[in-house]
Ligand binder design. Structure first.
Ligand code: 8Y7
Length: 279
């Protein structure tokens, strides 16, 4: 499977690790570390050397309880880093944003993918990405980051999330966006209890059967803390285990902070998956 990704074409035959580059002062796991373009480039090069296939730059913390960021502030954080990465590394650059203004500026600065935790529901977002041939990740979230973990509620979490993503895919297609540009993501931790997250992970193969690449973001997330009792800095083993479980069910992209360990987990899961498919 090939993902159209701006001037790049991302080969998903082997699942791709998306390295996380937070350019926020307040991210729960690496806040403030990569705000400077030089630090961002150094970290992106390290992730590339460890086997990342794409770098995801985010200037708005979407962790539970986080406040929204003004558009000017987000542009100031993200655009210089995108420009530096596009000039300085070979990998496609993704930008994690929900704001149409940031999407447009990021694409103009050379971003190849827009990763939107709101699945292009902001007014003007679909129009902002439809023309240029960038890839788009449509993620499910219930509620908004500030309050989403207060009382997540579903009739049937797998069916509800699946239905939402199918609707957003249809909205994109109606706007003329080719399916070869789309990625779907159930949005682990975004308005989901532990039980919801586990149900979605257990049913991930159903999402993978839609014919669109599935991206998962599980790295260091609080479900690992809930299952292991470990703080965010000690969730590497848990993150690798979840990455393997997701890839074994067919996930095509894995968003991760710890690229080297995730690449190992992906290789192992793929080998097991392929040996079963070859039976
Ligand atoms: C995800 C994400 C985050 C995810 C996609 C964190 C920006 C929270 N999580 N994007 N972003 N999927 N597509 O813990 O799961 O990294 S931010």
């Amino acid at each position: 499977m090939l993902l159209t990704c701006g001037p790049h074409s991302l080969d998903l035959t082997m699942p791709v690790v998306m390295g996380v580059l937070n350019v926020t002062p307040d991210s729960f796991s690496d806040g403030g570390l990569f705000l400077h373009p030089e630090n961002a480039i150094r970290q992106a090069r390290r992730m590339a050397a460890e086997g990342a296939g794409i770098i995801d730059v985010g200037g708005e913390s979407t962790r539970p309880g986080a406040d929204a960021v003004e558009v000017g502030e987000e542009l100031d954080r993200v655009i210089p880093v995108v420009e530096a990465l596009v000039a300085g590394i070979d990998l496609p650059v993704s930008v994690d944003t929900s704001k149409p203004e940031v999407m447009k500026a990021a694409i103009a600065a050379g971003a190849s993918m827009i990763n939107d935790v709101m699945a292009l529901q902001e007014s003007g977002a679909v129009e902002a990405v439809a023309g240029p041939g960038v890839a788009i990740c449509l993620m499910h979230m219930q509620g908004r980051p500030r309050t989403m973990q207060a009382a997540p509620d579903y009739e049937d979490v797998v069916r509800d999330v699946h239905h939402f993503l199918a609707q957003r895919v249809r909205a994109c297609e109606l706007a003329g966006i080719d399916r070869s540009r789309l990625v779907i993501d159930p949005g682990f931790g975004f308005g989901k209890s532990l039980e919801h997250n586990l149900a979605l992970l257990a049913a991930l193969a159903e999402f993978c059967r839609d014919g669109l690449p599935v991206l998962v973001g599980l790295s260091r997330k609080s479900l690992i803390g809930q299952l292991t009792g470990r703080p965010a800095g000690e969730r590497l083993a848990g993150s690798a285990a979840l990455a393997a479980l997701a890839v074994h069910q067919g996930a095509a992209l894995v968003r991760a902070h710890d690229v080297a360990a995730t690449v190992d987990a992906v290789r192992i899961a793929v080998a097991v998956r392929r040996s079963r498919l070859a039976e």
